[in-house]
Design a protein around this ligand. Structure first.
Ligand code: NAD
Ligand code: ZN
Length: 351
C-alpha cells in the first residue's frame, strides 16, 4: 500500500497539476481504494484543454479527472459487508449528472463518482454490497482491462440501443476508442460484418488488426451518398445498423444515406450541437435514429465478455505512463497518436 496520495488535479483549463493530498480513513459505508490503472478519455482532454465540455459540464472548482479506472480495496469502513472484494471499477464522475436514466445506478455510480482521478489512494462511499460483488474483477481480467470496462460499456450500450443481433451488417463511423469498442461489441453481438470508417488511415489499420471485417477511408471531396454506396458495396448490402462514433456531421449524413430502409442508426458521437441531415431520406426510408449516452447495466456483461475471451480490449492500450508523467500522458492523448493512453497509478512511489 502506498503512503502517498499524489493526485492529478485540474484547476482550470490548461492547468493540470500533480499535488499531494491527504490520505483519508474510510468512514462508515466507505472503502479506501488504491488506484491501479486509469485510461485517458477524450473528455478528460477536453476538460484539460477547454475547462468544459459544451455548456453542460464546466470546471468550476479544482477537479479530479479520469473515469476509466481500476483499483484495489485497501481498507473498508464499518458496514461494508464484502471486504474480500479486492478489485473494483470506478465510473464516470458525471455518470449520474442530470440523467434520469442513470438514476437507477446512482447508489453505485454516485458512490464512485467523487473519486476517480489517478491518485494512489482515495476514499469513496462503498457501493451497496451487491454491487461490490458484481463489480469485482475476476483473476483473468487485468487492471488495464478493468479500466477499459468503461469505454467498452459505451460500445455495448450503443449495440443494445441499436437492437443489434446475429447476422446484421453494421457500419461504425469513427475508429477512435469508442468506435473500436462499438465494433468489438457488434462482433460479439453476432454481426456478420462490420465496416469501420475514419479519415485517418492509421486508425483504420488499427481497426482492421483489432478485428473489423472491413474498413473505409473517408477522403476529401467525397459526398456522403458516394460513401454510402461504397459502404453497401463493401458490406455486400446496405447496413442494417449504423453506429456513429466520430462526432462528424459527415457521419450523421452518411448514417442516414447508408443505413438500409427500416434500419436503425444510433448516434454516440458528440459533434456540433446542431447538425443538418437529409430528413426526407430518413423519412422515406423509415430509419430510426436513436441517441446513446454512456451505459446502464453493462458492467457485469463487459467484465464477463472480457473474462470469457469473447471480447479482447487489451490491444486498445497503445501508450503507458506513470502517475508522475500525467502531463506527458495527456499530451500524448491530445496528439492523437495511438489509441488508448493508460496511466499506471500503482507504480507511483513517494520521492
Ligand atoms: P476520438 O476522437 O478518439 O475518435 C473519433 C474518430 O473519428 C477519430 O479517429 C477521427 O479521425 C474520426 N473521424 C473524424 N471525422 C470523421 C469522419 N468524417 N468520418 C469518420 N471518422 C471520422 O474519440 P472517441 O474517444 O473514440 O469518442 C468518439 C465520440 O464519441 C466523440 O465524439 C466522443 O465525444 C463521443 N463519446 C460519446 C459517449 C456517449 O456516451 N454518447 C461516450 C464517450 C464518448
Ligand atoms: Zn469517457
Amino acid at each position: 500500500m502506498s503512503d502517498t496520495n499524489l493526485s492529478a488535479v485540474l484547476f482550470k483549463a490548461k492547468d493540470l497539476q500533480l499535488v499531494e493530498r491527504p490520505i483519508c480513513e474510510p468512514g462508515k459505508g466507505e472503502v479506501q481504494l488504491c488506484m491501479q490503472k486509469v485510461g485517458i478519455c477524450g473528455s478528460d482532454v477536453h476538460y484539460w484543454q477547454e475547462g468544459r465540455i459544451g455548456d453542460r459540464f464546466v470546471v468550476q472548482a479544482p477537479m479530479l479527472l479520469g473515469h476509466e479506472c481500476s483499483a484495489t480495496v485497501t481498507k473498508v469502513g464499518d458496514g461494508v459487508t464484502h471486504p474480500k472484494s479486492v478489485t473494483v471499477w470506478l465510473s464516470s464522475p458525471m455518470a449520474c449528472a442530470g440523467n434520469a436514466m442513470h438514476a437507477r445506478l446512482a447508489a453505485t455510480t454516485c458512490a464512485r463518482m467523487f473519486s476517480s482521478w489517478p491518485r494512489p489512494l482515495t476514499v469513496v462511499p462503498s457501493p451497496d454490497t451487491t454491487c461490490m460483488e458484481r463489480t469485482s474483477l475476476p483473476d483473468n481480467v487485468s487492471f488495464e482491462e478493468g479500466a477499459l470496462i468503461e469505454p467498452l460499456s459505451v460500445g455495448l450500450h450503443a449495440c443494445r440501443r441499436a437492437r443489434l443481433s446475429m447476422g446484421h451488417r453494421v457500419l461504425v463511423c469513427g475508429a477512435g476508442p469508442i468506435g473500436l469498442c462499438a465494433m468489438l461489441s457488434a462482433k460479439a453481438f453476432g454481426a456478420a460484418a462490420v465496416c469501420v470508417t475514419d479519415i485517418d488511415s492509421g486508425r483504420l489499420e488499427f481497426a482492421k488488426k483489432l478485428g473489423a471485417s472491413h474498413t473505409l477511408l473517408i477522403e476529401k471531396g467525397q459526398t456522403e451518398e458516394q460513401v454510402a454506396a461504397k459502404v453497401a458495396e463493401t458490406l455486400g448490402a446496405a447496413p442494417d445498423r449504423t453506429i456513429e462514433c466520430s462526432g462528424a456531421q459527415f457521419s450523421v449524413n452518411l448514417g442516414v444515406y447508408a443505413t438500409k430502409p427500416g434500419g436503425v442508426f444510433v448516434i454516440v458521437g458528440h459533434g456540433p450541437s446542431k447538425v443538418e441531415f437529409p430528413v426526407v431520406s430518413l423519412v422515406a426510408k423509415e430509419i430510426a435514429i436513436l441517441g446513446s449516452f454512456r451505459y446502464i447495466n453493462t458492467w457485469q456483461t463487459a467484465i464477463d465478455m472480457i473474462s470469457c475471451g469473447k471480447i479482447n480490449v487489451a490491444p486498445l492500450v497503445t501508450h503507458r505512463f506513470t502517475l508522475e508523467d500525467t502531463l506527458a500522458a495527456f499530451e500524448t492523448a491530445r496528439s492523437g497518436v495511438g489509441v488508448k493512453v493508460m496511466i499506471d497509478c500503482a507504480k507511483h512511489e513517494k520521492k
